[in-house]
Design a protein around this ligand. Structure first.
Ligand SMILES: Nc1ncnc2c1ncn2[C@@H]1O[C@H](COP(=O)(O)OP(=O)(O)OP(=O)(O)O)[C@@H](O)[C@H]1O
Length: 201
């Protein structure tokens, strides 16, 4: 199974210039592809298209050669963003958010040091790093084949960053996941990735 951006173009509003134009990118299982590019170039937008949050105005997102838009069920492509507080419903307890799309394996919760008591809390009752670990756990469903990591540790301290990446590299290797890692930190990308692409078209 591969995840492919094929000739993707996108604009947020009709009449505005495109944010992305004829972008091509493929991620294979087991690959860790770094994505860098200047601020505002469209890295987050590309992640949103690849995860099916937005629809392209040209080209296609293909999962195993078939349009992602036709996929039904728990999406094998999961996006984790920089701001976990914007990725969860503030009015739901975290346990309800975690399990709304089905079970998450106990070993994932344990490996990310997610305390069972957190699941009774609301999102504002966790720290940023705790909430990010929660969002990573939520993205790691048994069906997940590709993880799109958009600046996911940018706001965290170095120790937490290292713990999160150590866990993600291990789980990606065990499950043969494909990772797309967006970061402005070249050193981080060079350490983590099997290949680095530049978004500067
Ligand atoms: N919802 C939106 N509506 C309109 N324009 C948007 C929207 N989201 C992003 N944009 C614009 O699209 C362009 C690309 O934004 P995007 O967030 O994808 O860039 P980026 O490469 O991830 O940037 P950064 O490195 O700063 O995070 C920017 O010019 C931004 O202002």
């Amino acid at each position: 199974m591969s995840l492919e951006a094929k000739n993707l173009s996108f604009r947020y509003r009709r009449g505005q210039p495109p944010v992305l134009q004829a972008v091509n990118l493929t991620v294979h299982p087991g690959e860790r592809v770094g994505l860098r590019g200047p601020s505002g170039r469209g890295k987050t937008t590309l992640c949103k298209l690849l995860a099916g949050y937005e629809r392209p105005c040209g080209g296609q997102v293909l999962l195993n050669g078939r349009p992602l838009s036709g996929f039904r069920g728990c999406c094998p492509v999961q996006l984790i963003g920089q701001h976990p507080e914007t990725a969860v419903d503030p009015l739901l307890r975290l346990g309800d958010t975690l399990y709304e799309a089905g079970p998450v394996e106990e070993e994932v919760l344990e490996a990310l040091h997610i305390a069972p008591a957190w699941l009774d809390r609301y999102p504002t009752e966790l720290s940023g790093g705790e909430l990010q670990r929660f969002c990573i756990a939520r993205a790691l469903r048994p069906e997940t084949r590709f993880l799109l990591c958009d600046e996911i540790t940018a706001m965290l301290d170095l120790v937490t960053q290292a713990q999160i990446w150590e866990f993600l590299l291990d789980v990606a290797s065990r499950r043969d996941l494909g990772l797309l890692i967006v970061s402005h930190q070249s050193l981080l990308l060079e350490k983590l990735c099997t290949r680095i692409e530049q978004l500067d078209v």
